[in-house]
Write a new protein. Structure first.
Length: 576
C-alpha cells in the first residue's frame, strides 16, 4: 500500500502545457520515432501483417488472407487503417504505409503522456516523461513495427486517462461514453485483452492507494461501461464471424485463450517462457532509464515524493504492474507484451527529478539512489562510446557468444566507429555533451537539468539504434533485394521454398512461394522449369534425391546463422 504523507511540495505545480507546445512536442515525437520507418521487414510477423494490409487495401475487409491463404489473426482496426493509408498511397503496400499507423499512435501517446503528467503531477515531470518515453528503445523501436501493439497500447492508455477523473469522484456521462468508444477501438485492435488490461489496471490502482476495488461496483458508470463494451464486443465478433467466415472463431479462441493457458491445460504452448521473462525484457527494453526506478520506489516510502503526487503516480504505475503480473502468468510471453508498461515507467522515472525533503525520521534515499542511477547512466553511455572505438581498433571481433543478429549488429557498430560515419560522430558528441551536463547538474544540484541530460543520453543511444543499426541489419538480413533479382532472373516461372511459408521473401516477391516438402507442400507443375529458394541449412535438410538433382543458379549476399539465400534450378526429373 502507498502511505499518505502530509508533506506538500510547492515546486512545479501541475499545469497543462499550452496547445502550441503540445503540437511542437508531437512534431518532435514524429521525427524521433520515424527513424528507420522505410527499412525492410525482418522475420515473419511484419511481412505477414503487411500481406493482410494489402488484402484490405484490395477490398477484402472482413476476411483478409495473406499470400498463403491464412486468415488474419487479430481484429481489423489496425488493418483497416493501414489499408486506407495504403490505398491513399497508391494501393500497393510498402514498409512505410504499413507502419504509419503505429508511428502516429506512438507519437500521439507520447504527447498524451506529456499533457496528462503535466496536468496531474507537474509540468517539469510532464516534459521529462515525454523525453524519457520517446528515448526508451523498447518504445521507440516499436513505433515503426507493422503490428497492432502500439495502436492497442495507445487506446488502452487513452481509456485509462479518460477514466482517472471518474475514479476520483468526477464521473460524467461524457467521459463514460468517451471511455466506451476508445476502449472498444482497443478491442477492435487486439481483442478482449485490451478491456482486460484496462480493467485490471483500474483494480491495481485502487489496491495501491488503499481503496476497496470492489466498492467501485456500486458506481453506475462502471456497469454502464462494462455492459456497453461487452455488448459491442459480442456484436462485433458476431458480425466478423458472419460476414467473414466462422473459421475465424478458432483463431479467436487460440489468440485469446490458447496463448494464455499452458500446453498441458489445452494451450498452444507457443512462445512459452519462464515466469521472469516479462520482467527481464521490461528491464532490458527500458535501459538505462529504468535504473531510476529504485529512486522512484524509495521516494514513496521516504516522503520525498509528496502526497499530492502519489495518487497520479500510482495510477501511472498501475498498468505497468498489471502488464508484469498478467503476462508473467500467461504461457505465451513475447517481447512486444512489455509495450503498455513503458509509459508508466517513463512517468515514474520523471517523478524523481522533483523531490522534496524526506519525512521526519527518514533519510533521503530517493535522492541518493537518483544520483547513483545518474552516475550509472553517464558511466554506461561513456563506456558504450569507448567500447565502440575499442572494437573499431580490433582486427577481429571479440570472442563473444552472441546470437547471429546481435553479432552482426555489433559488427555494424564497430564499423561505424572505424569509418567515423556522421551518425556515430553525432552520437559521440551527444553522449559527451549529455554526460557533461549531467555531471554539472549533479554538482550544482540542478535536478531538472540532470533529468534532461539523462534523457538526452538515452535518446542518443536509441536514435543510433533506430536510425542506423536496425536499418543496416535489416538490409543485410532481408530478402528484399534478392527477391527482385530472382524475379528478373526467372520471370514468372514457378519458385518454391523448402518446407514452411517464407513471408519475408514472398512479400517482396509479390506472391505466394509455396513449400516443396512438408505439410504445406504443393506439387511441381509438369513440363515447366521450376526453381527453389533456400539457405544453406534448408538446402542441406533436403533428401539426397532432391539435392542431387538441383543446380545452384545464384547466391545472395545476405547474412544469417543459416547461411545466405540462394536460387536453385530444379531438374525436370525431380518429383514428389
Amino acid at each position: 500500500m502507498i502511505a499518505e504523507s502530509s508533506q506538500t511540495s510547492v515546486r512545479d505545480r501541475p499545469r497543462r502545457p499550452q496547445w502550441w507546445l503540445a503540437a511542437a512536442a508531437g512534431l518532435v515525437a514524429l521525427v524521433v520515432l520515424s527513424q528507420g520507418i522505410s527499412a525492410p521487414f525482418q522475420k515473419d510477423a511484419e511481412p505477414q501483417s503487411a500481406q493482410w494490409v494489402q488484402a484490405v487495401a484490395r477490398g477484402h475487409l472482413m476476411a483478409p488472407r495473406d499470400y498463403y491463404g491464412y486468415l488474419v489473426e487479430k481484429p481489423f482496426l489496425y488493418y483497416w487503417l493501414s489499408g486506407a493509408v495504403t490505398w491513399l498511397m497508391g494501393g500497393k503496400v510498402t514498409e512505410v504505409s504499413a507502419r504509419v499507423v503505429p508511428l502516429l499512435a506512438g507519437s500521439a501517446l507520447a504527447v498524451e503522456v506529456l499533457v496528462w503528467t503535466a496536468a496531474n503531477i507537474g509540468e517539469a515531470q510532464g516534459w521529462l516523461a515525454f523525453l524519457f518515453l520517446i528515448a526508451i528503445y523498447g518504445y521507440s523501436s516499436r513505433a515503426t513495427l507493422a503490428l497492432t501493439d502500439m495502436l492497442m497500447t495507445f487506446l488502452v492508455i487513452s481509456t485509462l486517462m479518460i477514466l482517472y477523473p471518474q475514479l476520483e469522484g468526477k464521473a460524467t456521462r461524457r467521459r463514460t461514453l468517451a471511455a466506451v468508444a476508445v476502449l472498444q477501438m482497443g478491442v477492435l485492435t487486439k481483442g478482449p485483452v485490451a478491456a482486460i488490461l484496462a480493467g485490471l489496471a483500474v483494480f491495481t490502482y485502487l489496491f495501491l492507494v488503499g481503496r476497496n476495488p470492489f466498492a467501485m461496483l456500486r458506481e453506475r458508470w462502471v456497469w454502464a461501461l462494462g455492459a456497453a463494451v461487452a455488448v459491442l464486443t459480442v456484436g462485433w465478433y458476431w458480425v466478423w464471424f458472419t460476414l467473414g467466415t466462422w473459421k475465424i472463431f478458432s483463431i479467436f479462441m487460440t489468440e485469446n485463450f490458447g496463448h494464455f493457458l499452458p500446453a498441458k491445460y489445452g494451450g498452444t504452448g507457443e512462445a512459452a517462457r519462464p515466469i521472469w521473462y516479462i520482467s527481464a525484457r521490461l528491464i532490458g527494453g527500458a535501459m538505462p532509464m529504468v535504473l531510476l526506478m529504485p529512486a522512484a520506489i524509495a521516494g514513496f516510502f521516504t516522503g520525498e515524493i509528496g502526497a499530492e503526487r502519489r495518487r497520479p503516480l500510482a495510477f501511472a504505475a498501475s498498468l505497468a504492474v498489471t502488464v508484469i503480473v498478467f503476462f508473467s502468468l500467461a504461457s505465451a510471453k513475447r517481447d512486444d507484451y512489455i509495450l503498455p508498461a513503458l509509459p508508466g515507467v517513463a512517468i515514474l522515472c520523471a517523478a524523481v527529478f522533483v523531490l522534496g525533503e524526506p519525512a521526519p525520521g527518514s533519510k533521503p534515499w530517493a535522492l541518493r539512489l537518483r544520483t547513483a542511477a545518474l552516475i550509472a547512466i553517464v558511466t554506461g553511455m561513456l563506456a558504450a562510446v569507448g567500447a565502440g572505438f575499442a572494437l573499431a581498433a580490433l582486427h577481429a571481433p571479440p570472442g563473444l557468444h552472441l546470437q547471429s543478429s546481435d553479432a552482426e549488429e555489433l559488427a555494424i557498430y564497430a564499423r561505424g566507429f572505424a569509418t567515423l560515419r556522421t551518425g556515430f560522430i553525432i552520437f559521440t558528441l551527444a553522449v559527451i555533451g549529455g554526460a557533461s551536463a549531467a555531471v554539472g547538474a549533479i554538482a550544482w544540484r540542478r535536478e531538472i537539468v540532470a533529468g534532461a541530460a539523462a534523457g538526452i543520453l538515452t535518446l542518443a543511444g536509441s536514435m543510433l539504434a533506430n536510425a542506423i543499426l536496425r536499418p543496416a541489419l535489416a538490409w543485410q538480413r532481408s530478402s528484399k533485394t534478392f527477391a527482385f533479382v530472382v524475379r528478373e532472373r526467372i520471370g514468372d516461372a514457378p519458385v518454391f521454398v523448402v518446407r514452411y511459408p517464407d513471408y519475408d521473401f514472398s512479400f517482396y516477391y509479390g506472391e505466394e512461394v509455396p513449400p516443396l516438402l512438408g505439410r504445406y507442400r504443393q506439387p511441381l507443375p509438369p513440363g515447366v522449369q521450376s526453381y527453389l529458394i533456400a539457405n544453406n541449412a534448408e538446402f542441406n535438410s533436403l533428401p539426397p534425391r532432391y539435392r542431387n538433382d538441383m543446380s545452384l543458379i545464384l547466391k545472395s549476399h545476405l547474412v544469417g546463422h543459416d547461411g545466405p539465400l540462394a536460387l536453385y534450378k530444379i531438374s525436370p526429373g525431380v518429383r514428389h
